[in-house]
Unconditional design. Structure first.
Length: 131
């Protein structure tokens, strides 16, 4: 696949869309598991957990836009921090994960590594040294 002609900011934004879509499909996929709906309805999830996962879900949503509009230096750091936060959110689900969850976490983390690689290869902004 030749990505040399693709604007890296558009590619970053698109990868964040793929991650968000993967998160949605992963959640929807759980509904196919027998007893899942009953299990979810009987759970008492602490508000702090809901806030944490809400925060983790917001990161890819924000990065879809920020990846396109930030300057390269900021883009590099925002994508790095966002990838780490998102990865930690994914990894926090592993203790209760089954095989398909592990598969999704692996795919999502590979995508995050690709995002990091692209973000760190963004060209440096040229400083204007003229008078």
């Amino acid at each position: 696949m030749n990505t040399k002609n693709i604007d890296p900011k558009i590619l970053l934004s698109t990868l964040w869309i793929v991650i968000l879509f993967n998160m949605i499909v992963r959640d929807l996929h759980e509904f196919l598991r027998e007893g899942y709906i009953e299990q979810m309805m009987s759970l008492q999830v602490p508000e702090i957990n809901m806030l944490f996962y809400g925060f983790v879900a917001q990161v890819p949503i924000l990065m879809i836009l920020l990846s396109r509009i930030l300057k390269n230096k900021a883009n590099k750091w925002y994508n790095t921090v966002a990838a780490v936060i998102t990865s930690l959110g994914f990894l926090s689900t592993l203790p209760a994960a089954d095989m398909d969850d592990i598969f999704f976490v692996i795919v999502e983390n590979i995508l995050l590594l690709i995002i990091l690689r692209i973000a760190w290869k963004l060209p440096q902004s040229k400083k204007n040294h003229s008078l």
